[in-house]
Ligand binder design. Structure first.
Ligand code: UDP
Length: 273
């Protein structure tokens, strides 16, 4: 079994280094996929919730939702398009050459150990880590485009549980399947999230003054990401298929996720404490 995990999944790169994103996420991974075909290896491939792009469905469904991308002039879609192409190539190898594959689509997996301080220093960390890093350094928490966009946040622990169930494939029912791995119950706007992070940090006496002083402020999308970006406003997975095929369901609430993440960085002996 092969699980290729190399890839760029940070929006700043989609706009600034689009060719690198295409070369690594598509071209280099294609070599691995072709080796899996040659050597008859099962492959578990990380797709992404980004492939749904601007699809208006209330819940995004693996086998029904349209994959809707913006114009070429918005460079950010090169990531979504590269990942979508790989999903299609995998499906084609499955159909024509019998490749055993399963794609999984993470929906804003978040939690401890996902981002390095260097990511946050560059402004490319996932949103919770980025907010926390800014707070700890006395910088404003930026709400891109006003922070009304909503996401469904998934605990990294729930994500890994799902991934291990895919690896085990106990019921041998996953070949050729694409699975959303997310938590539709954990929806919040980015603005609500900023307040949750600030409140969670305030519970640590050492950081309470910084939390009290933290400024939460709007920033235009172009100023934060550059011209080629366009944020997705709404992204909720249907997880009916993952629940059915994996006998899995996510357990951790958004409050658990924020608490876990803040504790990992700021708790006693924490990564930034
Ligand atoms: N975001 C924000 N401020 C930040 C970092 C991110 O408002 O400092 C927004 C970002 O524009 C997106 C959401 O938070 O709408 C989630 O961003 P993240 O990079 O964690 O994941 P994405 O959903 O973009 O894959």
């Amino acid at each position: 079994m092969v699980l290729p995990l190399v890839g760029i999944a940070q929006p700043a790169y989609y706009v600034k280094n689009p060719l690198y994103v295409f070369e690594l996420d598509f071209e280099q991974n294609l070599k691995i996929v072709r080796m899996c075909v040659t050597h008859s290896k099962r492959v578990l491939f990380p797709s992404t919730s980004e492939v749904y792009g601007l699809c208006p469905d209330k819940e995004l469904s693996e086998d029904e939702s349209l994959l809707v991308l913006g114009p070429v002039s918005k460079m950010r879609w090169i990531y979504s398009c590269s990942k979508q192409m790989m999903d299609r190539v995998l499906a084609a190898y499955g159909q024509e050459r019998g490749l055993r594959f399963t794609c999984f689509r993470p929906f804003n997996w978040t939690g401890p150990r996902l981002d390095e301080p260097a990511d946050a220093e560059r402004g490319t960390a996932r949103v919770i880590t980025q907010f926390l890093f800014n707070l700890v350094h006395g910088r404003p928490l930026h709400l891109v485009g006003g922070g009304r966009q909503r996401r469904s946040f998934t605990s990294i622990h729930d994500g890994i549980d799902a991934l291990l169930a895919i690896v085990r494939n106990e019921r041998n029912n996953l070949d050729g399947e694409i699975l959303n791995i997310g938590n539709p119950s954990n929806q919040a706007s980015v603005k609500e999230l900023a307040h949750l992070v600030r409140d969670a940090a305030a519970a640590y006496p050492k950081y309470a003054p910084l939390a009290a002083a933290a400024v939460i402020t709007d920033i235009p999308e172009d100023d934060y990401y550059g011209k080629g970006y366009a944020d997705v406003q709404h992204r909720v997975p249907s997880i009916a298929k993952a629940e059915r095929l994996l006998d899995w369901r996510p357990k951790r609430s958004l409050e658990d996720i924020v608490r876990d993440t803040v504790h990992y960085y700021l708790g006693d002996g924490g990564a930034w404490a």
